[in-house]
Design a protein around this ligand. Structure first.
Ligand code: SF4
Length: 334
C-alpha cells in the first residue's frame, strides 16, 4: 500500500483568492457589460503558470510593461503590488486601473513609506528582481529612503563592497535602521539574515509585526509537519507550483534541506517519476496553486498505484485560525 500524505494548509491564500476571484469577476463583467473592452494584467496575476494560461484562454492579456497597454484601456495590477512609478505611468496613459495588490503586501508598502519618511535606512530582505520586492523597493525609494536589498547572509557581510565590517558598523552607528521583508520568505533563512544584521548593527529595529505573511508561515509549518511524518529514505515529496513562485520554492527547499527527494511540478502532466522506488508520498502546494491541480496529481498517483491511500493531515488549531483570513474584493469600475 502506498500512503499519499497531503500537507494542510496548502494552496490558495487569502491574497491569491481575492486576486483570482476579482479578475474572474472582471472577465465576466466585461463580457456582460461592454463586450469589447480588452483586459490587460501587468505581470502575472499570481505566480502560477496554469492560472495565467486559464485567464489567457478567457481573453486576458498579460504584459510586462505599461507601454504595451494602449492609452485609456483597463489594466489590472497583480497581487504582488507595484511601485509608484508604475502607478504614475498608468495615470499618464489615463488607464482604468484595478489594483489587486494583496493587503499584506500593501502593509509592507505602508511600512516602507512610513519609515522612509522618518529618515530610516531600510534593509529590505527579499529576492532581488521578484515583482513584490520591486514594488516595496519602489515605494521606499520614492519616499526618499536609503535602501539596501539583502538576499543572503553573504549580502550582509558585503553590505558595502569597499569597506570592512567595522567600517560598516561605524557608518550606520548613528543612523535609524529598520529591516523589512518580502512576505513569502523562508522563516528560518530570513531569521539567519536578521540575526546577522542585528549582530552587525545593534541599533537595528524590527517592524511591529513580521512581514512574512500568515499563509507563508502556515504552509512552511504544514510542510514541516508532513516531513516529520515521513522517512526521508523512503519518501518522495511532490511540491505543486510554478518555478517563479517564491513561497512554493521555499516549500521545496525546506524539504531538500532535510534530505528528502523532491519534485516540483505545475500539474499532473509533468509527473514523471520512478514510483516503485518510493514507499511514501508527501504532497504540498504553494499559495498560488488551485486545489484542482493537487487533486489531479493525487488522481494520477491513484491510477498508477491502485493500492494507494490518501491521508489528509490535520492543521493545528493555530494554523486553522490563521487560515480563516479573508480579504474582500476591491470596488472597481470598468
Ligand atoms: S502569500 Fe501572503 S502576501 Fe502573498 S498574496 Fe498570499 S496572503 Fe498575500
Amino acid at each position: 500500500m502506498l500512503p499519499i500524505y497531503l500537507a494542510n494548509p496548502r494552496g490558495f491564500c487569502a491574497g491569491v483568492t481575492r486576486a483570482v476571484n476579482t479578475l474572474s469577476q472582471i472577465v465576466k463583467d466585461v463580457r456582460e457589460k461592454s463586450k469589447v473592452r480588452p483586459i490587460f494584467v501587468l505581470k502575472e496575476i499570481v505566480h502560477n503558470k496554469e492560472l495565467v494560461s486559464r485567464f489567457q484562454q478567457e481573453g486576458v492579456t498579460f504584459v510586462q510593461e505599461i507601454s504595451e497597454v494602449p492609452d485609456g484601456e483597463l489594466l489590472v495590477f497583480s497581487a504582488h503590488g507595484v511601485s509608484p512609478r508604475v502607478r504614475k505611468e498608468a495615470n499618464q496613459k489615463k488607464l482604468i486601473t484595478v489594483d489587486l495588490t494583496c493587503p499584506l503586501v500593501a502593509k509592507v508598502h505602508s511600512e516602507a513609506i512610513r519609515f522612509a519618511k522618518k529618515g530610516y535606512v531600510i534593509f529590505l530582505i527579499g529576492h532581488n528582481g521578484h515583482d513584490e520586492l520591486q514594488g516595496t523597493l519602489g515605494e521606499a525609494l520614492a519616499s526618499g529612503a536609503e535602501v539596501k536589498v539583502i538576499e543572503t547572509v553573504k549580502d550582509v557581510h558585503n553590505l558595502d563592497k569597499d569597506v570592512d565590517r567595522d567600517e560598516d558598523k561605524e557608518k550606520y552607528k548613528n543612523k535609524k535602521l529598520i529591516y523589512l521583508t518580502q512576505t513569502t520568505l523562508s522563516i528560518l533563512d530570513s531569521q539567519k539574515i536578521i540575526n546577522e544584521l542585528k549582530e552587525k548593527f545593534p541599533n537595528l529595529q524590527a517592524p511591529n509585526s513580521s512581514d512574512i505573511c500568515y499563509a507563508t508561515t502556515n504552509r512552511q509549518e504544514a510542510v514541516q509537519n508532513l516531513l516529520d511524518k515521513l522517512d526521508k529514505n523512503k519518501a518522495l515529496i511532490i511540491v505543486v507550483g510554478s518555478q517563479n513562485s517564491s513561497n512554493t520554492k521555499r516549500l521545496a527547499e525546506k524539504s531538500i534541506q532535510q534530505g528528502f527527494e523532491v519534485v516540483q511540478i505545475d500539474n499532473c502532466q509533468e509527473l514523471d517519476i520512478d514510483l516503485p522506488r518510493f514507499e511514501q508520498i508527501g504532497i504540498t502546494s504553494g499559495a498560488s496553486v488551485p486545489e484542482d491541480l493537487v487533486q489531479g496529481v493525487v488522481a494520477k498517483l491513484e491510477e498508477l498505484v491502485p493500492d494507494s491511500k490518501v491521508i489528509e493531515l490535520e492543521p493545528t488549531e493555530e494554523q486553522s485560525k490563521r487560515e480563516t483570513t479573508k480579504f474582500p474584493s476591491p470596488k472597481y469600475k470598468i
